[in-house]
Design a protein around this ligand. Structure first.
Ligand code: PLP
Length: 219
């Protein structure tokens, strides 16, 4: 199955880069995929999945969690503050923390819920107006603010502009992370995860290359 192929490509890319494949987490991005395809990947033994929307994940994963142990869910898409409490209770990791208002809400809700997911801060490396993320020159301040709130920031995430060379964005994200003492790098999708691994990705987010083309376009 495609999952195995992607896993061996990850291992090969890691080896090429002189890295340990075990430091790279494969997040299987299951957004808008039919349940049979998700189940096939669960049956193959994979447990780490990514979703873009809280609502969709909340509708789909509790039933799988009844059936399969140790499912590890990551939120990749934008998070509205009014969904933050639900997100804290559903996901182990949020990859899209991108503004002070959300950070403040997460800090308060984490206190109330007694738990907080690991957080990646999303950086808008291409300064695209339609994309979420903090601007690179605002990142250091944002990291400091999140740390002041005692939030568990583990790394940075980016989605490079479709029409640009992804390597430049991966290199920039790696530099920003190093400068802020952050070990996690969430970067690389179906088309460019091997490249991302060369630039230090610790979390690659692969959807269509594992599950096939998404059946309905994303809302
Ligand atoms: C959809 C999505 C992915 C996976 O995209 P593919 O090209 O299907 O691998 C990764 N990251 C984010 C943030 C996404 O929205």
């Amino acid at each position: 199955m495609a999952l195995m192929e992607i896993s061996s490509k990850i291992a090969a890319a890691a080896q090429d880069a002189g890295r340990n494949p075990a430091e790279i987490e494969l997040i299987a991005v299951s957004k808008v995929q039919p349940n049979e395809r998700v189940r096939a990947v669960l049956d193959a033994g994979h447990r780490v999945f990514g979703e873009n929307r809280v609502q969709e994940a909340a509708g789909k994963w509790p039933a799988f969690q009844e059936e399969y142990d140790e499912i590890d869910l990551h939120l990749l898409g934008p998070l509205q503050t009014n969904k933050a409490r639900q997100a804290i209770n559903l996901f182990s990791t949020l990859h899209s923390v991108d503004r002070p208002k959300l950070a403040t809400a997460l800090a308060r809700l984490a206190q109330e819920e007694g738990r907080c997911p690991n957080l990646f801060l999303q950086v808008n490396t291409g300064l695209e107006s339609q994309k979420a993320g903090v601007a690179p020159d605002e990142l250091d301040g944002f990291v400091a603010d999140c740390r002041a709130l005692d939030l568990p920031v583990v790394g940075l995430m980016c989605i490079p502009p479709a029409e640009e060379e992804a390597s430049l964005h991966f290199a920039l994200l790696a530099k920003l992370a190093a400068r802020n003492g952050l070990a996690g790098l969430s970067m690389g999708m179906s088309a460019d995860f091997e490249k991302a691994i060369h630039f230090g990705a610790t979390h690659v987010r692969v959807g269509s290359a594992i599950f096939g083309a998404r059946v309905r376009p994303e809302a």
